[in-house]
Design a protein around this ligand. Structure first.
Ligand code: NAD
Length: 314
């Protein structure tokens, strides 16, 4: 039997926990956090993501300020803006939405954000804490955290399990790998596949846990997985809706082909073999923005000198 891992349910539980924590700080100290979210230029996909952020922070009654900057902004101007935000005590966390204009060095600018305000957990200092077990992290990349939450939801013991991660990006694949290796005695046994992997199916067939973060619909099909595999699909792809004959379905209102969001895994066929699987939408993506709020509350409490429960991935 296959269990669908319900990301919206996980997100709801975490939201309830955050509301309680925030209420406690508000009642005892009268303080509230503030997230500043920077968006540069006019990218429609980024605007959709920002809209989702606003919705969740609104629901949690967390103050959220959107700073919209022009595409033409110079690197040193952006750097100055961020340094100023680092020094403003009322700002708890700074989020830098991607993509940045081509004239701006992304890594350099991301590392201008103070690690104490790095709500996305993407500065070299905070990413480095994922390597050293003794540096208990309080912020980490949100999508990777969301994957861990989805795995925990299965309640399956992960220790030693053959785990294949497809995708090795800095914000998804690599942090997931480090999180799943974070226990001295209880880590998984990982394999990481990427664009240069010669025979992907050879690896995925060995997986007891399969995490896919690539950005290619139907990359993983039923023939590529074993019965009973746990599948976490991180991919987000917009594809055309087709009818039984494989023809595009036209939207009557717009006259254009209808589209829908799917993951990297062929859900219909793979879900018949999997023991657990995340859907897209409604899986990892639903948990990701809530983990941004989790990071923010951790920063907020740290800045106030309050005790924070560090992340434990395994
Ligand atoms: P990326 O482009 O930075 O990395 C893609 C990775 O896939 C690379 O490691 C690359 O080597 C690998 N790859 C490419 N083609 C491959 C192939 N044919 N076989 C095996 N590996 C291949 O992307 P990213 O930022 O890591 O995002 C990956 C996907 O996850 C995208 O679809 C993105 O939209 C989605 N995403 C989802 C969330 C969420 O919250 N659900 C968050 C971030 C990203």
């Amino acid at each position: 039997m296959t269990t669908i891992i319900d990301g919206t349910k996980i997100a709801q539980r975490i939201k309830e926990e955050l509301k309680i924590e925030l209420e406690e700080v508000k009642t005892s100290l009268g303080k509230e956090p503030l997230l500043v979210s920077i968006i540069i230029g006019d990218n429609p996909a980024t605007k959709v993501y920002v809209k989702n952020q606003c919705k969740i922070f609104d629901e949690l009654q967390i103050k959220y300020e959107l700073v919209e900057l022009p595409q033409e902004i110079k690197e040193n101007e952006l750097e100055e803006r961020i340094v100023k935000m680092n020094n403003e005590p009322q700002i708890t966390g700074i989020m830098l939405n991607l993509p940045l204009p081509p004239n701006i060095n992304q890594r350099k600018i991301q590392n201008t954000i103070s690690p104490l305000k790095d709500v996305e957990g993407i500065t070299a200092e905070n990413l480095g804490k994922l390597v050293y077990a003794e540096f208990t992290p309080i912020v980490a990349p949100c999508t990777a955290l969301a994957v861990i939450e989805c795995l925990k939801e299965t309640k399956v013991e992960l220790k030693g399990k053959n785990t294949v991660i497809v995708g090795h990006s800095e914000i998804v694949g690599k942090p997931i790998l480090l999180m799943l290796l974070s226990s001295l005695l209880g880590s998984v046994t990982p394999t990481v596949c990427h664009i240069a992997t010669k025979n992907l199916a050879e690896h995925t067939k060995n997986a007891e846990i399969l995490i896919v973060a690539v950005g290619k619909s139907k990359l993983i099909t039923a023939e590529m997985v074993n019965d009973g595999v746990i599948v976490i699909d991180v991919g987000i792809n917009r594809v055309e809706v087709v009818d039984e004959k494989g023809q595009p379905v036209i939207d009557e209102k717009t006259g254009k082909p209808k589209t829908k969001i799917v993951g990297d895994v062929d859900f219909e066929s793979v879900s018949r073999k999997a023991s657990f699987i995340t859907p897209v939408p409604g899986g990892v993506g639903s948990v990701t923005t809530v983990m941004l709020a989790r990071n923010l509350v951790n920063l907020f409490k740290t800045q106030l000198g309050l005790k924070v429960k560090p992340y434990k991935f395994l």
